[in-house]
Design a protein. Structure first.
Length: 417
């Protein structure tokens, strides 16, 4: 594994691509577990080798040991072969001064500044803001009787709510929403979108230095530890990007589950407990992030029955580990997940997990959005057969490409168009 391969095929490795990963991922992981065990040698597009960790216990071991398996991308033994235009480069990353792409003491320095600022977000005010934004979004389509909940609601609500948290002016929030959609689509405009994203965050840092407030950016700037403008900008980009698409997909997948599964039919009448159950089940069964890059071995070691070489890339199979039958059988006799069990890997684990305050913010945004939808459009139903719904074509991300619904047209409540 440590020998550079470039675009050469890797003997015996499982290609980490193809439609099965977003059409039937449960079956893919079941075969992997049967044929290869909990640690699988895989091949990334371009011929790059990696290890995919699909065992629950093994993933816990890797994420619990930041010394042996740090999130230090500079260790990767494949850098001599990676072209600048490699499609997965934005996901794997390069060494840069942000909370997401630093390791060890430097990561903890960034975390000590970011996490308290996230923790200071007023949850009551956030919920009020989410209700207002959600109502405004629903007002735009409620009179039609049809909508695509992904494009018109789920992808918009998180970024507009995050803009409020950041203290971004409303005039810039709409453009930021468009920018985040460009990045999520990953098309030809993604690079230009990234540049606009960076410009928004740089202007925001500069503005808050002149006129601070009670927002997240001002709280970060008030931290006693000195950071450069570039570090603030990159941390804000990391917070916004990590909070946008996963939250949108959590919201969208939860709505899909409630619209297609009779167990959640009562929620369409306003049962908030069922909303929470649907959201919890999604995190276990189809979390927004299926595979997370990554960790890099600091030295040669063994994991399960595999020899891991220094500098090898380890991919965190969050979705596969959540489906591991060894741990699922420990919950109940039938392997189902009991309500309220949060021992999943949807937010990763260990030192580099999603900070708990960020998890709370994502939950408030998603739950509030769903509750507003159910309150405003109580007879909502799918506009297409459930088997025609499609997922984002990615082995790494698990979200809907569209969620078309129909409902009885209603009047707007706020006069928005």
């Amino acid at each position: 594994m440590s020998t550079p391969t470039g675009a050469c095929p890797i003997t015996g490795a499982v290609p980490l691509s193809g439609p099965e990963f977003h059409i039937e991922p449960h079956e893919v992981y079941r075969r992997m577990r049967r044929d290869h065990g909990p640690v699988v040698q895989v091949e990334l597009p371009g011929g790059f080798p990696a290890w995919l960790i699909i065992g629950y216990r093994e993933l816990h071991q890797v994420t619990s040991d930041p010394l042996l398996f740090p999130r230090d991308v500079s260790l990767w033994n494949q850098w001599p072969n990676v072209p600048d235009d490699w499609p997965l480069l934005p996901m794997v990353g390069r060494p840069m001064p942000s909370i997401y792409f630093t390791a060890g003491a430097e990561h903890r320095r960034h975390l000590a500044m970011v996490e308290p600022a996230l923790d200071a977000v007023d949850h009551f005010e956030l919920r009020r803001a989410c209700e207002e934004i959600a109502d405004r979004l629903v007002d735009r389509f409620c009179g039609r009787g049809t909508a695509d909940l992904m494009a018109e609601f789920a992808l918009m609500l998180p970024v507009l709510a995050l803009a409020r948290i950041l203290g971004l002016p409303d005039a810039d929030a709409a453009d930021l929403a468009l920018v985040m959609k460009l990045l999520a689509d990953g098309g030809a405009d993604a690079q230009a979108g990234y540049a606009r994203f960076a410009e928004h965050m740089a202007r925001l840092v500069a503005a808050k230095k002149v006129q601070p407030g009670g927002d997240l950016v001002s709280l970060m700037l008030a931290d006693s530890e000195p950071f450069t403008d570039e570090e603030y900008m990159m941390d804000l980009m990391a917070i916004t990007a990590a909070g946008h698409l996963p939250t949108a997909d959590w919201l969208g997948s939860s709505m899909r589950l409630m619209l297609t599964d009779d167990r959640f039919a009562n929620a369409l009448g306003g049962g908030t407990r069922s909303v929470g159950e649907a959201m919890s089940e999604v995190l276990w069964e189809e979390g927004p992030t299926s595979i997370l890059a990554g960790r890099w071995a600091a030295r040669d070691t063994r994991l399960a029955d595999q020899t891991i070489r220094a500098g090898d890339l380890l991919l965190l199979g969050l979705a596969a580990a959540n489906l591991d039958p060894h741990v699922r059988q420990s919950f109940t006799e039938g392997g189902s997940v009991p309500t309220g069990n949060n021992a999943h890997f949807a937010f990763s684990y260990g030192e580099y997990r999603c900070p708990f305050p960020a998890q709370q913010i994502a939950e408030i945004i998603s739950r509030t959005g769903i509750e507003v939808l159910l309150d405003r459009l109580p007879d909502m139903d799918l506009a297409v057969p459930a088997d025609q719904l499609t997922r984002r074509p990615s082995a790494f991300l698990r979200g809907m490409t569209a969620l078309p619904v129909r409902f009885t047209p209603v009047r707007p409540v706020g006069g928005f168009s």
